[in-house]
Design a protein around this ligand. Structure first.
Ligand code: ZN
Length: 176
C-alpha cells in the first residue's frame, strides 16, 4: 500500500485494473469551498481509497475520509469542534445514460470526463461539505445557551439561515 499524497485526478478504471489502494492525505488548502464552508478546519484530510472490480466487473472505488473542522453552534454562536467522517463508494459512469443504469444501491455513480478521469479532489471536497450538519449545535450539556435561556422566544435554529449547501444535497439526493 502506498503512503502518499493522493492524486487529485485519477482514472478509476485503470486504477481498478491495477487494484490500486491508497492510504494518504489531501490538503484542505486545496479545497477552497470546504475551507469556506466551515469556521476553521484541520489542513490534513486522511483518505483511504481502494479501487477494484466487483463480481459483475463493475469498477468501484470505496473508502473513507477523516478530518475535523470548527463550526458555529447555531444556538450559542460559539465554535464547536466537529469530527468529520465520510464513507464513500463510487462507480464511474460515462455519458448521459446515468439514470438508465441499474447500479447496486450502495454504489454512487460519478461521471468521468472525456479522458475517463475523475477529479478526486473536487469529489471528496463535495463529500466533506455534504457531510456537515445543516444546523450545527453543541450537545445540550456542552452548549452555553441552556434550555432555560430558551424558554422565552425559543430559537428555531433551522429557520435562522439558509444553508448554502442545501442545493448540493438536493443534487445528491436526485442522483440516488
Ligand atoms: Zn452552543
Amino acid at each position: 500500500m502506498q503512503k502518499v499524497k493522493l492524486p487529485k485526478v485519477i482514472d478509476p478504471v485503470k486504477s481498478a485494473n491495477k487494484r490500486s489502494e491508497y492510504s494518504g492525505v489531501m490538503s484542505a488548502s486545496d479545497m477552497p469551498r470546504w475551507s469556506e464552508a466551515v469556521a476553521g478546519c484541520n489542513d490534513v484530510i486522511h483518505v483511504e481509497a481502494k479501487f477494484e472490480k466487483d463480481a459483475q466487473s463493475l469498477t468501484l472505488f470505496h473508502g473513507t475520509l477523516d478530518t475535523s473542522a470548527q463550526l458555529i453552534c447555531q444556538r450559542c454562536n460559539s465554535l464547536l469542534e466537529q469530527t468529520v467522517h465520510v464513507d464513500f463508494c463510487f462507480t464511474p459512469v460515462q455519458g448521459p445514460d446515468i439514470d438508465e443504469l441499474e447500479l447496486p444501491e450502495a454504489y454512487e455513480p460519478v461521471e468521468v470526463d472525456e479522458h475517463g478521469e475523475v477529479n478526486l479532489l473536487q469529489l471528496f471536497e463535495d463529500e466533506l461539505i455534504i457531510s456537515l450538519p445543516i444546523v450545527p449545535l453543541h450537545a445540550e450539556d456542552a452548549c452555553t445557551v441552556t434550555e432555560d435561556d430558551m424558554t422565552f422566544g425559543k430559537l428555531k435554529p433551522e429557520q435562522e439561515r439558509q444553508n448554502p449547501f442545501a442545493v448540493l444535497q438536493e443534487l445528491k439526493r436526485d442522483q440516488e
